[in-house]
Ligand binder design. Structure first.
Ligand SMILES: Nc1ncnc2c1ncn2[C@@H]1O[C@H](COS(=O)(=O)NC(=O)[C@@H](N)CS)[C@@H](O)[C@H]1O
Ligand SMILES: [Zn+2]
Length: 477
């Protein structure tokens, strides 16, 4: 790792963009120095976070999904089948045209997402009711020739951690229920990352190409912009008609199946780093921290049993499944504190000769900096409950930060005044021209109709017609 960049201090989180980019290096998350635009390299520490994050996703999905893997390369004739879908991806798809020096007779798309790789196989696998609901997912890399500003973890050209689920159902309603279940799973997934998300139904012009409708989960970033961190799409029978995915119904007729797909990427990691980090570096929710406790032995001339006591503590903590590391290097304690704070280790345990004499150790919380002595007799339970407290307080703080930046607005001036700070809620009559004019006028996007929207009456700020819904609007990544 290039040491020189790591020495300068981390910029303040006030200048979020510089802080974020510098932290990806100092926190050993991703190295942006790979010589292809939009492609980045995972440092092992960052990759360890990724593994913990996707273990949570797998635990949630494996309850009633199965994981599999489809090919990366999609033949042009399959890719070009779904008209809507092509329109959505034709200027983003990478093509493979040669095998070695030999031009391919059929050029192959690098999957930007995998509907057109998977659904020709679903056609072969779906025969009858008994084959549904089919719920498969894969965690793969996908490729999109993004023309907007690329950013590590946020907007990549190779999405390295694309979790895509693709389900098949007998009816439109069954698929609609699955879309709701997908959003429930995502909300739970993000709760475990201590990241609050707002779910809303995207306006029609912003739905996934080829879908009936899209429900998205957005996270609110420190700079007041929202990041779309997960989406679930009701595909109706659009793709089933294109790929001829049918099953025999009770009356013996062949009917088209109904489908959903839903995806999350490494944006999940961008959100947790951005929302919880501070001016000293990463602040990692314990559930995904590669190191949950770092033990720092405070040694003077003679070790006086400190090292042995630390080793003993380490094995006790490991025995209850806590991820613990001891830093017995000959760095000064202050340098050690700086290093492990930068890497977001939730709890630091300090143990010196005096502590040993008092049969105690010092626990320091990374999120609040609070220091407190605990008896060595109860320290394992104290560490476990401290890790739970850290998660809960990170989540409460993050929720508070979101709610304080969602502004219920009466008119467009109100919206414009509040947009730099976060999300605005404003009435909208629902028709497209008003929506596009609204977006144009405020220079921000309509995120959509909140899924937890209660009935309300008002006037569309553009045309004055009656409106029954308020929508979230925000500047977005
Ligand atoms: N270029 C990108 N870099 C990082 N994440 C991305 C990128 N493009 C999309 N994503 C993430 O991937 C999620 C799913 O992408 S998507 O286009 O909305 N949906 C699909 O591709 C569907 N096939 C569901 S898997 C998005 O919600 C967003 O969080
Ligand atoms: Zn209107």
């Amino acid at each position: 790792m290039a040491e020189q960049e790591k020495d300068a201090a981390l910029p303040s989180k006030e200048n979020f963009s510089e802080w974020y980019n510098d932290l990806l290096l100092k926190g050993e998350i991703m190295d942006v120095r790979y010589p292809v635009k939009g492609l980045y390299v995972w440092f092992p520490f960052g990759f360890n976070i990724r593994r913990n994050v996707y273990d949570i996703m797998r635990r949630l999905l494996d309850k009633d999904h199965q994981e599999t893997m489809f090919p990366l390369l999609i033949p042009e004739n399959e890719f070009m089948k779904e008209a809507e879908h092509i329109k959505g991806f034709e200027d983003e798809v990478y093509w493979v045209t040669h095998g070695g020096l030999t031009p391919l007779d059929v050029k192959l798309a690098l999957r930007p997402t995998s509907e057109t790789a998977i659904y020709p196989m679903y056609k072969l696998w779906i025969r009858s009711h008994a084959d549904m609901p089919l719920k498969l997912y894969q965690i793969v890399n996908t490729f999109r020739y993004e023309t907007k500003h690329t950013r590590p973890l946020i907007r990549l050209r190779e999405i390295t951690s694309f979790k895509e689920a693709h389900t098949v159902h007998a009816t439109w309603d069954d698929a609609a229920a699955q879309v709701d279940e997908a959003i429930r799973i995502y909300t739970d997934f993000y709760r475990q990352l201590a990241v609050p998300v707002l779910a809303s139904k995207r306006p029609d012009w912003d739905k996934f190409p080829g879908a009936d409708y899209t429900i998205a989960t957005d996270a609110l970033m420190p700079d007041g912009k929202t990041l779309q961190v997960g989406t679930a799409h009701h595909l109706g029978d659009n793709f089933a008609k294109t790929f001829d995915i049918t099953y025999e119904n009770a009356e013996g007729e062949q009917v088209y199946a109904h489908q959903t797909c839903y995806g999350v990427s490494e944006r999940s990691i961008a959100a947790l780093i951005s929302i919880h980090g501070d001016d000293k570096g990463l602040v990692l929710p314990p559930a995904i921290a590669p190191v949950q406790v770092v033990i720092i032995p405070i040694i003077f001339k003679k070790a006086e049993g400190v090292l042995e006591a630390c080793e003993d503590l380490m094995s006790k903590l490991e025995a209850v499944g806590i991820r613990v590391k001891m830093d017995a290097s000959d760095d000064r304690p202050g340098a050690k504190y700086y290093k492990w704070e930068m890497k977001g280790v939730p709890v630091r345990l300090e143990l010196g000769p005096r502590d040993l004499k008092n049969n105690a150790a010092m626990l320091v919380r990374r999120d609040t900096g609070e220091k407190q002595q605990f008896s060595l007799d109860t320290i394992v339970d104290d560490v476990s409950s401290m890790l739970d407290d850290i998660h809960d307080s990170l989540y409460e703080k993050a929720k508070e930060s979101v709610y304080s930046r969602v502004f219920d607005c009466e008119d467009l001036d109100d919206v414009k005044e509040n947009l730099p700070k976060g999300i605005a809620k404003i009435f909208w009559c629902g028709n497209k021209e008003c929506g596009l004019k609204l977006e144009d006028d405020i220079g921000a996007g309509i995120l959509g109709i909140p899924t937890d929207q209660e009935e309300c009456k008002g006037k569309c700020p553009v045309c004055g017609a009656d409106a029954e819904t308020k929508v979230y609007v925000a500047r977005t990544y």
